[in-house]
Design a protein around this ligand. Structure first.
Ligand SMILES: [Zn+2]
Length: 130
């Protein structure tokens, strides 16, 4: 049984739709959360930013723009820092130097990183043009 005070994925997606009916771009995750919480107001408790982000990624009408800074090259990444999805390892052999560069990418949300592990710092949400 679902906890009645927690909005369901469907309710959050519905609220996201209402938000993007009124606006085409939301410039940060906290702004998006505020707007969605406002739409969900009859629904008691709000939504957590990470959950909101992952639901937004999985809709067909929101496009996520990831702003990031360079991180620690030694950092080991097992999961996508954006959506906790599985990161795909992409190995590139350079022809002349014979060096292997490794990149990681996430199919789910579009996050990618090279050697310097990109750390997401800000998210911008766009209405996907149909
Ligand atoms: Zn991801």
């Amino acid at each position: 049984m679902k906890n009645s005070s927690t909005p369901s994925d469907e309710q959050i997606e519905e609220a996201l739709k209402k938000v993007f009916d009124k606006t085409h771009t939301v410039s940060s995750q906290s702004k998006l959360k505020k707007l969605v919480d406002k739409e969900l107001k009859k629904n008691k408790s709000g939504v957590s930013p990470a959950r909101l982000r992952s639901i937004a990624i999985n809709t067909d009408f929101v496009k996520l723009e990831i702003h990031s800074r360079e991180g620690d090259p030694k950092k080991i990444m097992n999961k996508c820092p954006v959506c906790a999805g599985k990161l795909k390892h992409v190995k590139n052999l350079t022809i002349w130097g014979g060096k292997v560069t490794i990149e990681f990418s996430c199919k789910n949300c579009g996050y990618w990183t090279g050697k310097k592990k990109r750390i997401p710092t800000r998210y911008v949400f766009h209405l996907k043009k149909k």
